[in-house]
Design a protein around this ligand. Structure first.
Ligand code: IPM
Ligand code: MN
Length: 356
């Protein structure tokens, strides 16, 4: 099979972790006799610096003609500390999502037995936790208009908007995921306060009879935040709007022991994007110390979701798990304080796959 991917490394640790994810994708492709070709393209702060646009037209064209996009991270402290900056790296990520029609962000949370002690939660709460968060990605307060400031600059506003069609398509995905898993769907909203949430809840209730084998639970977002740390094993599939999903998945990510472990897939109308859920981690950039596992597992999701090659995806996951069991890992999850470098971990996983 021809696998034609776009590589958008972005900012901070992006280039280092994507290098490993690409290396592993190449070795898996070779092992299963696929032809992998890739094109690199600019995004984020590096794209602003090079061409004045965090998601340049050329990058978008490359994404559109590719079978999948492997994405690193976006963000630079230079812009975070300047609330008046007119162009920001994050706008690149948002316009990529919008232009590619990536309305669903799939974030699986699994735990690794040998890392459970790294979690801030007690082992008995966590052992066996396994759920997927499906976050709506192209609507809500992130994109609603109007957004801006009053003329005197002293009033600012954002607008949360959802259309029925946007809610139906994401809930449908939630029901389908739940149907293939443990058949429990948790719809997270703030229906006691927000009109958009009440529309979400109404539509979910209308859809329920079409999925009789799925048990639906409605949870207010504040309560969901609490339940996530109190009883994470209770969740199977969670579906929620854009900003709630952003916040809850960061919370969920530390449960697994390190944010450096969790991958994601963004799917929708055009080419799907695969990216770790952690950010650009600028403090570690260029030091070869960042954990490449989230990026490598994002490559596994790429094989599974974009190419429908599950055997290849499973082999990557197996190799990652083996490196964790062997404790051949970066400092954030290592027992001692040393740990291996980013590229050493990538090399170990590469040779595991080669020798399998
Ligand atoms: C994420 C990130 C982005 C988001 C930022 C960088 C715009 O936090 O992918 O979760 O808020 O969606
Ligand atoms: Mn986030």
């Amino acid at each position: 099979m021809n696998l034609n991917i776009a590589i958008l490394s972005g900012d901070g640790i992006g280039p280092e972790i994507i290098r490993e994810a690409l290396k592993i994708s190449q070795v898996v492709a070779a092992k299963f006799k696929h032809q992998l070709t890739y094109k690199q393209a600019l995004t984020g702060a590096v794209a602003i610096e090079a061409v004045g646009d965090p998601y340049p037209e050329e990058t978008h064209s490359i994404c559109m003609v590719s079978d999948a996009v492997l994405f690193g991270a976006i963000g630079d402290p230079k812009y975070d500390n300047d609330p008046r900056a007119h162009i920001r790296p994050e706008q690149g990520l948002l316009s990529m999502r919008k232009k590619l029609g990536l309305y669903a962000n799939i974030r699986p949370l699994t735990t690794f037995k040998s890392l459970i002690h790294k979690s801030p939660l007690r082992t008995e709460l966590l052992d066996g936790a396994d759920f997927v968060c499906i976050r709506e990605l192209t609507g809500g307060i992130y994109f609603g208009q109007p957004q801006g400031r009053s003329e005197d600059g002293n009033i600012a506003y954002d607008t949360c908007v959802y259309k029925r069609s946007e809610i139906v398509r994401i809930l449908k995905l939630g029901f389908q995921f739940a149907g293939k898993r443990r058949k429990k769907l948790t719809v997270v909203d703030k229906a006691n306060v927000l009109a958009t949430s009440r529309l979400w809840r109404q539509i979910a209730q209308e859809m329920e009879p079409n999925y009789p084998d799925v048990k639906v639970e409605y949870l207010l977002v504040d309560n969901a935040a609490m339940r996530l740390i109190q009883w994470p094993k209770d969740f199977d599939v969670m579906v929620t709007e854009n900003m709630f999903g952003d916040i809850l998945t960061d919370e969920a990510s530390v449960i697994s022991g390190s944010m450096g472990l969790l991958p994601s897939a963004s799917v929708g109308v055009h080419t799907s994007v695969f990216e770790p859920i952690h950010g650009s981690y600028p403090q570690a950039a260029g030091k070869n110390i960042a954990n490449p596992i989230a990026a490598i597992l994002s490559a596994a999701m790429m094989f599974e979701y974009a190419f429908k090659l599950t055997e290849e995806a499973d082999l990557i996951k197996e190799a990652v798990e083996a490196s964790i069991i062997k404790e051949f890992v970066t400092a954030d999850i290592s027992q001692g304080d040393q740990g291996q470098t980013t590229s050493e971990v990538g090399d170990w996983i590469t040779s595991y796959i080669k020798n399998k």
